[in-house]
Design a binder for this molecule. Structure first.
Ligand SMILES: Cc1ncc(COP(=O)(O)O)c(C=O)c1O
Length: 394
């Protein structure tokens, strides 16, 4: 069929990553490629109990149409929950979403015209880059170091490029695992206020901390309603339920997000919102997070221990939490080209070049996920990778 597709899809392939995920349906491959929680972190029994309870108590309302603004009890319990990240919001400033991914989409829908500039960390979360490209944003990479995005570079580029949005993943960033330093959080909020730019603070990993002190969100330093704070229950409860929320303290912006959501999906499924609300009110979530953190911490240690055994020319991040490590091979090595051979030998990762707004120059990088592999498989998979790299001359 001859179809003339919308120009917003020009240059969007997504195919390389889809091909990698197709490979991963093969159960014999040890996958460090995804970003899934461990299967053992998911709790069908508890979730089914919560579902039965909320349906027994409030079934007719849950099965009826709900409000685009979200399930009222969840707006309240999520507002309370976000206080532990120093994010202070009233329930009417919290908009439940079908995953943070939807929040990214709605924010772009509200703010971006084709060609608008937007600052993104370099590298940044692939799913977000895809959304920004679909809204035809002009992506401007921000430099990073071990302390996260470099604020001087952000300010320089705000002045030079006049962006509408800055996209930051401040805590245990996807893909690098890096965390934006405390003073940078304060400064970036201040700079955004001075220049009238909106920050998207995407924070789905903040509760997966294995060492060190928790840092306040950028939103906690936001004096001019410039920060849209996204948090998700995907990584701490269940990605399949598709429940997240955005904190938006600007009333007009909130109205735009709600109208945008109405046109996308009317509202998020009431049952899923009610289940998450029940979990937040149960008092059981902090214990669950402690449990998953204990096992992810062990998985991260094992992966780091294995990386320590690689030749010194392989550089890698040492995060304090999250689910990803980021590796840089010496110049001349291509993680992109090595992937087919790695998967033939039984191990998969995501080549790092995909995480750049301007791909093509970072083939020596790769992202490794440790949350969804057993200690035994981490050891096995990392040995396969090491042998492969050594064979290729590392
Ligand atoms: C930084 C970041 N933002 C957003 C998402 C999407 O999460 P959700 O399941 O809430 O849509 C992910 C998922 O991996 C992520 O890593």
């Amino acid at each position: 069929m001859q179809v003339s597709y919308a120009s917003r899809f020009d240059g969007i392939s997504g195919s390389a990553i889809r091909d990698i995920f197709k490979l991963l349906t093969n159960p014999s491959i040890i996958s460090f490629a995804g970003g899934n929680p461990a299967s053992s972190a998911l709790e069908p029994g508890r979730i089914s109990q919560f579902a039965q309870e909320v349906l027994a108590e409030n079934g007719v309302n849950i099965l009826q149409y709900g409000q685009s603004e979200g399930y009222a009890p969840l707006r309240e319990s999520a507002a309370t929950f976000f206080r532990h990240n120093a994010v202070e919001a009233r329930p009417d400033q919290v908009l439940p979403l079908a995953g943070s991914q939807q929040g990214l989409d709605l924010i772009c829908k509200a703010l971006l015209n084709p060609g608008d500039a937007m600052l993104v960390e370099s590298p940044a979360f692939l799913g977000a880059l895809q959304t920004f490209k679909l809204y035809q944003a002009r992506l401007v990479p921000i430099e990073m170091d071990e302390g996260g995005a470099i604020v001087e570079d952000i300010e320089r580029k705000i002045i030079a490029e006049r962006p509408k949005l800055i996209y930051l993943i401040p805590t245990f960033q996807n893909p690098t695992g890096r965390t934006l330093a405390l003073e940078r959080r304060r400064r970036v909020a201040e700079i955004a206020r001075m220049h009238g730019v909106t920050i998207i603070e995407d924070d789905p990993y903040c509760d997966l901390r294995y060492r060190g002190e928790a840092l306040p969100a950028i939103k906690s330093f936001d004096k001019g309603d410039n920060v849209l704070y996204l948090n998700s229950f995907s990584k701490i409860i269940s990605p399949g339920l598709r429940v997240a929320a955005v904190v938006c303290t600007d009333e007009e912006m909130m109205r735009k997000l709600v109208v945008g959501k109405q046109s996308t999906d009317v509202h998020s499924p009431n049952l899923n919102q009610a289940i998450i609300d029940r979990y937040l009110r149960s008092g059981l979530l902090s214990e669950h997070i402690e449990l998953i953190c204990a096992s992810y911490a062990a998985q991260m240690s094992k992966m780091l221990e294995m990386l320590e055994g690689f030749p010194e020319s392989v550089r890698f991040t040492r995060p304090d939490g999250g689910i990803f490590l980021w590796c840089e091979l010496p110049e001349g090595f291509s993680a992109t080209e090595l992937l087919p051979e790695a998967t033939r030998r039984g191990v998969a990762y995501i080549p790092g070049d995909h995480f750049y707004a301007r791909p093509g120059a970072h083939h020596n990088t790769l992202r490794l996920n440790f949350s969804n592999a057993s200690l035994e498989n981490i050891e096995k998979g990392m040995l396969i990778l090491k042998e492969l790299l050594i064979e290729k001359g590392l």
